[in-house]
Design a protein around this ligand. Structure first.
Ligand SMILES: NC(=O)c1ccc[n+]([C@@H]2O[C@H](COP(=O)([O-])OP(=O)(O)OC[C@H]3O[C@@H](n4cnc5c(N)ncnc54)[C@H](O)[C@@H]3O)[C@@H](O)[C@H]2O)c1
Length: 376
């Protein structure tokens, strides 16, 4: 990757800002009753939140809000909870302890600010917002109001990802050389407000930020529209991490086949994650290259010279959304920071913006500002 241009985003002040965020000092929630939960936006994702809240111990789903009547009726019928057309009325009447915001991404900011103004803890579905300045506004408002803010980067709660992180940190791979993320889907026509970078790539850049100590230092990208009327539907992105690791993002809405995969390659071998099936496999780098220890030399042309044992790691599978909402409820109940909070959501958004900008400007590398760095 050659850095054809080194730029700092116009709203660059927001980048270092996230590292200066004061931690909100929210008191531990007192009382012994269940936490009252509500969901704003009862569409495709919101209905999953509704279902999971009804399954959580120590949490009671008290209401949903959605202006679209058929979605309200579906939830009312299936879960027997009151459904409001107006989320502000719901907040006033039901006074929930915590709320999921699962409205279209373009509405995250106004709805989140209403929830925060009502003094209610919130989990905003990813992406945090559609611009990093909106994301920063939400974070600042949550801090001022003293409410907990979580962001729905659900792949962090995928048990295969959690186990991969444990193994990377334990040094199983030795030095990591590169990562490759593949996330393909048929085009979801209901998503009209954002492109594939904000919708899908935010999952990947968040996982990569979570897995490695070294931050992503620069990105370059090619994007193309094709399937979406207004936004990009394809992304091929290149990443360079501060420690020299390289990354590839292969993400699109043009494939008929749904794929969500990640490979991490290091000196000792390669891990492969299938997010959908929660499978984690390790492909060991063989100690003896084929052909040098008396084996059939030509085989090395087909299977690679470093082939070793392949191990399927035993994973205790769990629904990631359930783990995410349990973790959010625990943060509210016990008065600590959510595992994925505003700063993490903002970072994913900044990386997505950089990818979009790189794609628009013909693939030139864009340098990110990381902790301890000063804007150029
Ligand atoms: N974490 C994940 O894996 C994941 C997966 C899918 C979607 N999402 C995110 O969830 C959000 C919603 O996506 P979706 O696929 O469910 O969209 P959707 O269009 O299926 O649902 C959105 C719902 O919000 C409702 N709505 C609109 N304005 C509202 C308002 N002011 N108050 C309350 N409800 C309102 C709509 O009527 C609709 O029912 C998006 O931000 C998306 O990125 C996350």
């Amino acid at each position: 990757m050659t850095e054809s241009s080194v730029r700092v985003k116009k709203n660059g002040t927001a980048v270092p800002e996230m590292y200066r965020l004061a931690k909100p000092t929210v008191p531990e929630r007192r009382g012994t009753g269940p936490l009252k939960a509500a969901v704003i936006g009862a569409g495709s994702m919101g209905r999953n939140h509704v279902r999971v809240y009804t399954e959580l111990e120590g949490v009671e789903l008290v209401a949903v809000a959605d202006p679209f009547e058929p979605n309200r009726q579906t939830v009312e019928r299936r879960f027997g909870v009151p459904a409001y057309a107006d989320h502000r009325q719901m907040l006033e009447v039901e006074r929930p302890d915590l709320v999921t915001v699962a409205v279209p991404s373009v509405l995250h900011k106004p709805v989140a600010l209403d929830v925060i103004a009502a003094g209610v803890n919130l989990l905003i579905e990813k992406p945090l917002a559609i611009t990093s300045s909106d994301g920063q506004e939400i974070i600042d408002a949550a801090i001022r109001a003293g409410v907990r803010l979580a962001v729905g980067h659900v792949e962090r709660f995928n048990p295969a990802v959690t186990e991969l992180k444990r193994r990377v940190e334990a040094g199983d791979l030795g030095p990591v050389f590169m990562v490759y993320s593949r996330r393909h889907s048929p085009f979801p026509a209901r998503i009209t407000d954002v492109g594939v970078v904000l919708d899908l790539a935010t999952h990947e850049v968040d996982v990569l930020s979570y897995l490695f100590d070294s931050p992503i230092a620069s990105v370059s990208a090619e994007t193309n529209r094709r399937v979406h009327p207004a936004h990009e539907g394809m992304l091929l992105g290149l990443l360079r991490f501060e420690n020299g690791m390289l990354g590839v993002l292969d993400i699109n809405w043009v494939s008929p086949v749904k794929a969500r995969e990640l490979t991490v390659t290091g000196a000792h071998g390669m891990y492969h994650v299938n997010y959908l099936t929660q499978e984690l496999s390790f492909f060991e780098n063989g100690r003896y290259p084929l052909g040098t220890n008396g084996q059939w030399e030509a085989l090395s042309n087909f299977v690679g010279v470093g082939e070793g044992s392949v191990t399927r790691v035993a994973i205790h599978r769990k629904e990631p959304l359930k783990a995410e909402l349990e973790s959010f409820a625990a943060a509210v109940r016990e008065g600590h920071e959510p595992m994925v909070g505003g700063p993490e959501g903002l970072r994913a958004l900044q990386l997505a913006e950089a990818l979009i900008e790189a794609g628009r400007s013909g693939g030139g590398a864009i340098r990110l500002i990381n902790p301890g760095e000063k804007p150029a």
